[in-house]
Write a protein that binds this ligand. Structure first.
Ligand SMILES: [Cu+2]
Length: 669
């Protein structure tokens, strides 16, 4: 995994909005209607101003993308029907582990929207160089980074992004400031997010308050052919609701550290070496933020993860060796009863050693190819567990402790994509891949029926299965990329044939589901499109459709995004822009019976947004989300798990957010 230095912002939209966010430029380009060119890889979100603290709201605007929402800061990436452990989400080049057994600290939760520089996705098949275990694709989110200066003189630069939204009284601030010359760059960044409970037409979602602070320090040095960088980040998420889960966040606190060296060799090759480290503590409970709680429970969890990456790139070839290791613990207690304890996960280890080779280049005058092979060895183990409970839980603990928990899996990934231009404005893309994923630690080592399921939030309890096999997906993809000066359209059709798909199946103790290998398929189509109607008017949007089914039974896969279209009409002037967006979502009645999943009906919501360039260094932005205050239910939003809220019954699907008026001021220097 070579850390990309700058993510290409899609040329398609690159002139749509000024790059206000980036500290590299003090002068801002003026706004204009886009001209179109071929789509970049990975495909980055058109620069857009945030309307919420959650960077998941930005990710959702990509084709094929959606978010499993368990709380205001707990956005779990879904790409083409695959989510959680199946999607490789990298924040500033780092594949983060989650401290929370329910992914309350999902990777996007580490990057507040006010600090986002770009979010991109490899549309379709992710190259093997993009990471280990990329069965559901690779998503990259990058924070704003200061660039080196141009001469010996030290320059001071920076940017600030502020946001206020009426729904939940949300306040966000993100800032970076840097000192840099051509050899050194030193950067300090920070952010603050605060919000009260969110509202919908009919009441409040309780608890959905949010509290998060981040602090970052980065330093880079370059001289001749060598560059060294250090990046230390601190995350402190305070009391934050997750109404779709049995507990809420009390704390997610810790550090991530990433450092690397890149050197260009005389023969034109580039070598890189990177190290990363993550140490995060998490506490959650079911009583502090909830109106009623019968039985008080608290869970203290942590993760300690380390990784190393070595890369070599020359000409058409790229090679890499990656290794990482994560250790997880989680202990459940009862603050009213000191005797009570459950060792939910104890010294669970998941270690990966992986190597890849990839070739990118022209096969002949017409065809370009990227193809790669990655082999990965995954080793997992878990320590002994215990509980003060007697009866069934004690028996399960004994059975677990006497079982052989040490497991080894070998994964082989092969990915091939072929592109050719059919004419000057039309490209064809074909992709084929075999991708694998080893079971997650929850899927293997959850020994007591609990809802610790990497954020499934289906309300069912699960038990793990030590003997699970890895998932194997065979992926096929065909797409077009049509780009003329005023029009662009890039549909992709895909089919994923998944053997040994891991899914809960009836038959566990105490009416739980057992993680089991089943067979599944996912297929669909997604597209981006843009139409410059005139010099001032532009229409653009995405359409995303995915269908997920079992192949070994009649059932559907759980929590699959409904057919969704986003359509935006913009009026663009050199120093301001106004847009109206329609988000139309179809009903989802292809639901999973085994997960007791509820169907949802379709809806449409309308959003207004605008930007106004006050001066070279000052921009005002704002808008209204859900203009008509439509009451709707997001199929990926989970069910209410909180009793005592008069506005939403327990087990009812959580409503989507009501109207929110927001305003933000962006500044750079
Ligand atoms: Cu948690």
């Amino acid at each position: 995994m070579i850390r990309s230095k700058t993510l290409p912002l899609s040329l398609l939209f690159s002139t749509l909005l000024p790059a206000i966010a980036s500290a590299e430029h003090v002068t801002l380009p003026s706004m204009s209607v886009s001209t179109t060119a071929g789509e970049r890889v990975p495909y980055a979100l058109p620069q857009s101003s945030p309307s919420s603290a959650d960077s998941g709201e930005l990710f959702k605007k990509l084709p094929g993308a959606d978010i499993n929402q368990n709380g205001p800061l707990t956005s779990i990436v879904q790409y083409r029907g695959m989510y959680a452990d199946r999607v490789n989400v990298q924040i500033d080049g780092m594949a983060l582990s989650a401290a929370g057994p329910n992914r309350m600290d999902s990777p996007l939760g580490y990057l507040p929207a006010t600090l986002v520089d770009s979010i991109s996705v490899y549309r379709g098949i992710a190259p093997v160089s993009s990471g280990i275990e990329t069965i559901g694709g690779t998503v990259k989110a990058e924070s704003k980074q200061a660039d080196y200066g141009s001469g010996e003189d030290v320059e001071l630069q920076g940017s600030l992004s502020s946001l206020y939204a009426t729904n939940g009284d949300m306040r966000s601030l993100g800032a970076i400031t840097s000192l840099a010359n051509q050899h050194h760059r030193l950067q300090l960044s920070g952010s603050v997010d605060r919000a009260h409970d969110q509202e919908f037409d009919g009441g409040e979602i309780i608890p959905s308050e949010a509290e998060r602070d981040t602090l970052g320090l980065a330093y880079g040095f370059r001289q001749g052919n060598t560059e060294v960088d250090f990046d230390l980040k601190h995350l402190n998420t305070g009391e934050t609701g997750t109404p779709a889960l049995p507990m809420d966040i009390m704390a997610i606190r810790g550090e991530t550290f990433n450092t690397g060296i890149t050197r260009q060799l005389d023969n034109g090759a580039e070598i890189t070496a990177r190290l990363n480290y993550q140490d995060v503590y998490h506490r959650m409970d079911n009583f502090s933020l909830r109106p009623d709680s019968m039985m008080q429970r608290q869970n203290d969890a942590d993760v300690l993860a380390k990784g190393i990456e070595l890369g070599y790139r020359q000409g058409n070839w790229q090679f890499g060796i990656d290794a990482d290791s994560a250790e997880h613990n989680a202990d459940i207690s009862d603050p009213t009863n000191a005797m009570f304890f459950v060792q939910n996960f104890n010294e669970v280890e998941r270690d990966r050693l992986s190597a890849f080779a990839e070739w990118t280049g022209a096969l002949n005058d017409d065809w370009q190819m990227q193809s790669g092979l990655r082999l990965t060895h995954v080793r997992m183990d878990a320590g002994d567990v215990g509980t003060n409970m007697t009866g069934m839980p004690a028996t399960l603990a004994n059975n677990f402790n006497s079982s052989d928990r040490s497991q080894d899996d070998t994964l082989a990934d092969i990915a091939m994509t072929f592109t050719r231009s059919l004419n000057s404005s039309l490209d064809l893309e074909l992709g084929l891949a075999r991708k694998e994923r080893a079971p997650s630690y929850q899927e293997r080592y959850l020994w007591l029926p609990l809802e610790a399921t990497s954020g499934l939030a289906d309300g069912r309890t699960y038990v793990g299965n030590v003997n699970l096999d890895p998932e194997t997906a065979y992926q096929f993809e065909i797409g077009l990329d049509w780009h003329s000066p005023r029009f662009a359209f890039s549909p992709r059709v895909f089919y994923h044939h998944v053997n040994d798909y891991i899914q809960g199946v009836a038959g566990g103790p105490m009416d739980s589901l057992v993680f089991s290998n089943v067979d599944a398929k996912l297929y669909g189509i997604d597209t981006n499109w843009l139409w410059a109607l005139s010099d001032h008017w532009q229409l653009d949007g995405t359409v995303s459709y995915v269908r997920g089914k079992r192949r070994d039974s009649d059932d559907n896969l759980y929590r699959i995004a409904p057919l969704t279209a986003r359509t935006q009409l913009s009026f663009i002037q050199p120093d301001w822009r106004l847009g109206v967006e329609a988000v139309t979502v179809a009903e989802q009645n292809q639901v999973s019976a085994v997960n007791d999943e509820q169907a949802t009906s379709g809806y449409a919501i309308f959003n207004l947004s605008g930007e106004y360039q006050l001066s070279q260094s000052l921009q005002l932005q704002g808008g209204i989300n859900n203009l008509l205050d439509r009451k709707y239910r997001n199929h990926l939003g989970g069910y209410n798990r909180v009793s005592g809220n008069e506005d939403i019954a327990v087990g009812e699907r959580l409503p989507g957010l009501g109207r929110s008026i927001y305003v933000g001021l962006n500044m750079n220097w």
